[in-house]
Design a protein around this ligand. Structure first.
Ligand code: 6PG
Length: 472
């Protein structure tokens, strides 16, 4: 039997789609899955007349691959990845390549890259974004880890990837150790932020303006024809137009308002705090999902608390509000991108990884969940320090500022919890303010705990304590 160019372990939705993607680009592909029923159904559905070999035994799967072997792991992140590495490593030869395409935590990836290097196995941790359709037709891929592994496998990966605005593949070696999975984790954090702000806008219109979901869907369709063109805005229309077969009502009204999460957003928020990076929009999106889970409590308190019904204020007619929402979302989108990209830069610096933010913006232009027209401008304008420092961001964020504020005022007026839009504006105002309220915090810390403060008129780093209790 002729040896295959690449192997895929894990025939879940993402694994089988990636395997089919590679095969459709002319590569021969071996596949393996731990439970054999998935191998049988893959064989039955996809193997006939195609360049696949399916295996139920790991050793036979490994032996079927051309050397150096290139094996993409598409299995659940965490312990299953370590278990698989344990099982497969003795079957491999020096120089063989493992590519973890799951949503692994970047520090696990760093540990695996180092451990496998000792055994001369080349390990790439590769974020893959785009869901089932992306994996099949062309995902955005974010590899990091062994450079050698990238050099041996980039032709296959590039052929599988989506393309950016200039037609280049949305995959690039992003840096060593866990760089690729760090970028994917933050991608997901940004995804949380954008999804939450779109939901907040939906809620202002649904709850406040009492619009039918399909009418809101129509507005998102129009937004998608303008500067907000993006995958996440695009999917709002079909979602909001969907009718529930059982009740005949809009499906979105029937879906329970408890948001799930698998962990990448929470990791982003947690690590941002650990490394002292401000990603409040991402953190608030995680908080909003967490808070949504307490349905029983919300139901109970909604019966006892009464803030009074407020109506839409006369100056924000729907006609006036829609362009405001569009401008507000655009500015907020820039700020959440800035927060995410700064986090990548700061954590990369911590680990001495050289991640090029421009390249990150390019790789996100196609295939991934946060793909958006504005990534072209992000790519062209991103500075080493972040995005807000660019003239492009300044011009656009400034232009949307008043509308963003008006949206928040109306959101509050209508009792819509705008977790992300509110924190985004606070963060923006803070970032462009020469003076914050932190002097007051420092004074209080020094008052009760003698924690000391720096003075505006002394050398940086020089600390002072005031004798607050001294009698005058
Ligand atoms: C992607 C997605 C994908 C997935 C995550 C988020 O880039 O294709 O981010 O990785 O949707 O699992 O899921 P949660 O919302 O469940 O955390």
């Amino acid at each position: 039997m002729k040896k295959s160019d690449i192997g895929v372990v894990g025939l879940g939705v993402m694994g089988s789609s990636l395997a089919r993607n590679a095969e459709s680009k002319g590569w021969s592909v071996s596949v393996y899955n731990r439970s054999s029923d998935k191998v049988d159904s893959f064989k039955q559905s996809f193997e006939e007349g195609r360049n696949f070999q399916s295996f139920k035994q790991l050793k036979r799967f490994v032996d079927s691959l051309e050397r150096p072997r290139k094996i993409i792991l598409m299995i659940k992140a965490g312990k299953p990845v370590d278990a698989l590495i344990e099982k497969i490593t003795p079957l491999l030869n020096k120089g063989d390549i493992l590519i973890d395409g799951g949503n692994s935590y970047y520090k696990d990836t760093t540990r695996r890259v180092k451990k496998l290097k000792e055994k001369d196995i080349e390990y790439l941790g590769m974020g893959v974004s785009g869901g089932e359709i992306g994996a099949l037709k062309g995902p955005s891929m974010m590899p990091g880890g062994s450079k050698k592994a990238w050099e041996e496998s980039y032709e296959i990966l590039e052929s599988m990837a989506a393309t950016d605005f200039s037609g280049k593949p949305c995959v690039s070696y992003l840096g060593n150790e866990g760089s690729g999975h760090l970028v994917k984790m933050v991608h997901n954090g940004i995804e949380y932020g954008i999804m939450q702000m779109l939901s907040e806008v939906y809620q202002i219109l649904r709850k406040g303006y009492k619009l039918e979901p399909k009418v809101i869907g129509e507005m998102f369709r129009r937004f998608n024809e303008g500067k907000l063109e993006s995958y996440l805005v695009e999917i709002c229309e079909p979602i909001l137009k969907e009718v529930d077969e059982k009740t005949g009502k809009p499906l979105v009204d029937i879906i329970l308002d408890k948001a799930g999460q698998k962990g990448t957003g929470r990791w982003t928020a947690r690590d941002a705090l650990e490394y002292g990076v401000e990603t409040s929009m991402i953190s608030q999106a995680v908080h909003a999902r967490v808070a949504s889970a307490f349905k029983k409590k919300r139901l109970l308190l909604s019966k006892t608390y009464n803030f009074g019904e407020k109506n839409v204020s006369p100056e924000t007619s729907l006609e006036n509000m829609i362009p405001k929402l569009e401008n507000c979302l655009y500015s907020a989108w820039i700020v959440v991108m800035d927060q995410g990209l700064r986090m990548i830069k700061d954590i990369a610096e911590e680990f001495e990884w050289e991640i090029d933010l421009k390249e990150v913006a390019r790789v996100w232009q196609g295939g991934c969940i946060i793909r958006a027209k504005l990534l072209d401008d992000v790519y062209k304008n991103i500075k080493n320090d972040g995005l807000l420092e660019s003239k492009w961001a300044e011009k656009n964020v400034e232009a949307g500022y008043d509308d963003w504020r008006d949206v928040l005022v109306e959101g509050l007026n209508l009792s819509v919890p705008t977790y992300v839009l509110s924190s985004g504006l606070a963060s923006l105002i803070n970032d462009v303010s020469a003076q914050t309220s932190a002097n007051m915090i420092q004074a209080m810390r020094d008052y009760f705990g003698a924690h000391k403060y720096e003075r505006t008129d002394s050398k940086e780093g020089e600390k002072f304590h005031n004798d607050w209790y001294e009698e005058n």
